[in-house]
Design a binder for this molecule. Structure first.
Ligand code: SAM
Length: 435
């Protein structure tokens, strides 16, 4: 392949060098960071390199969603979006292979006023995706847990699709020694076939003129340029060129002339990665979509909620089991259409539940971008904040009732202050287990 050098590739793998990077959340900037920043990821506005890998678990603002730990090469999606979509507001985007949520949280920032449907087929991974997207805090994500084929009824529905496909993983050889032992030519072939199946199953859901961002962390042509050729030959897609600067990225052309962008660890600060961008030429068939009616909160419940906190305008409220959730009004109909066909794991933002006369605020509310300034807050220093995140004792005195726990200005979660104790409402399943 162009740009590949066996000697340099082997040397960079033998060097023991590890590159660590994070992507900052522009909606959640703490008073101070304690990360060892060492530079900007050139192809992503919010991407930063770190000079060493800190323990993210013991950084409270990591749990507040101030940043996402993401491999630098894969942040190229940001540049590809910037180069191809100048007006992201109002767009509907499907991230089909989304867990643990790197591309989805990036897309949720880029499509701030759009909708990101973030799908993961494996159930346990969908739970992690729900957690990471909740921490990110933007209310524009719907997490689904479906097979790609389940999106077929959504003909001509999405403006853009991100398919970060399961792959043979050679691009992660430096980071993950297990990837080396698990690699085989047979697996490359299996992955290539699976990638075609995922694309064939889901592409009907892309609109005419809609954009596809296809990526892998594999070096194999069978999973990259060959897939690009197949998309052009069989799937009515056309290749889109992405201008790149002197960043060390290698531009390839497939047999059909499709542009591909290859990332090699010996040429830049990042792991192995491939991305190619396409536009859909033909239209599919768009039928009328069924809508599932949502359960709406009653008048009295809404009044109780409004007495508890100021409810921002422009949101629709609905119920899921006992909780009340909010989603930007413009996406309510879409949520109903998605809910009629898909398993919705998490939609919009959970506000809280009503128990008799009380409103119990949801953890997602604390992590959201909703204005929360009117709630009393306990500002904790790092050690106490970590105790809170472990659901252990910490020293604090707050006013009676619900208080937000903040660290470096960012909310971490809730406590309820009672006359003789403080009840910790950090979700048990998310607590830090390490000491
Ligand atoms: N996009 C994610 C991110 O940026 O954090 C990483 C995605 S990872 C490379 C590929 C994902 O595809 C995995 O979460 C995996 O569970 C999922 N997957 C595996 N088999 C699949 C299939 N047959 N169809 C769709 N997704 C699949």
């Amino acid at each position: 392949m162009p740009g590949f050098s066996r000697a340099d590739f082997e040397a960079v793998h033998a060097s023991g060098v590890q590159v660590t990077s994070v992507r900052l959340n522009p909606a959640k900037q703490p008073d101070t960071f304690s990360l060892p920043f060492s530079g900007q990821v050139p192809w992503c506005r919010d991407g930063r390199y770190l000079s060493e890998r800190p323990s993210f678990t013991f950084d409270p603002i990591f749990h507040a969603g101030a940043y996402y730990v993401q491999e630098a090469s894969s942040m190229f999606l940001w540049h590809a979006l910037q180069a191809t979509i100048t007006e992201p507001a109002g767009m509907k985007v499907l991230d089909l292979c989304a867990a643990p949520g790197g591309k989805s949280t990036l897309a949720a920032t880029y499509f701030e006023k759009g909708l990101v449907v973030s799908n993961e087929v494996i159930r346990a991974r969908a739970a992690v995706l729900a957690e990471n997207t909740a921490k990110w805090g933007t209310g524009n994500i719907i997490v689904t847990n479906n097979d790609p084929a389940h999106f077929q009824p959504f003909g001509d529905y999405f403006d853009a699709m991100i398919i970060d496909a399961p792959c043979s993983g050679s691009g992660l050889f430096r980071k993950d020694p297990d990837a080396v032992t698990e690699w085989s030519e047979g697996n490359v072939e299996l992955c290539s076939q699976r990638q075609q199946r995922i694309l064939a199953d889901s592409l009907p859901a892309l609109k005419e003129g809609g954009m596809l961002y296809y990526s892998t962390c594999s070096y194999s042509q069978a999973e990259n340029e060959d897939i690009a050729d197949w998309l052009i030959r069989e799937m009515d897609m056309e290749s889109v060129e992405i201008p790149v600067e002197e960043w060390g990225i290698i531009t390839t052309r497939s047999e059909q002339g499709a542009y591909g962008y290859r990332f090699y660890p010996h040429r830049l600060n990042g792991e192995g990665f491939f991305m190619a961008v396409f536009r859909k030429k033909g239209a599919g068939s768009s039928g009328r979509l069924k809508e599932q009616q949502l359960v709406l909160p009653g008048k009295q419940e809404m009044q109780q909620l409004a007495d508890f906190m100021p409810l921002p305008a422009g949101y629709a409220y609905f119920k899921q089991a006992e909780s009340i959730r909010a989603i930007p009004e413009q996406w309510l109909t879409d949520l109903k259409m998605l809910a009629a066909r898909l398993y919705i794991r998490r939609a919009g933002t959970e506000i809280g539940s009503i128990k008799g006369k009380d409103v119990i605020p949801a953890h997602e509310l604390a992590l959201s971008l909703f204005p929360l300034g009117h709630f009393p807050a306990l500002n904790l220093q790092k050690e106490d904040a970590l105790q809170y995140l472990r659901r252990k004792e910490f020293s604090a005195e707050g006013v009676k009732g619900w208080n937000l726990i903040r660290c470096e200005g960012l909310p971490l979660g809730w406590v309820k202050v009672l006359p003789n104790r403080v009840n910790n409402y950090y979700p048990a399943e998310w607590r830090i287990l390490k000491n």
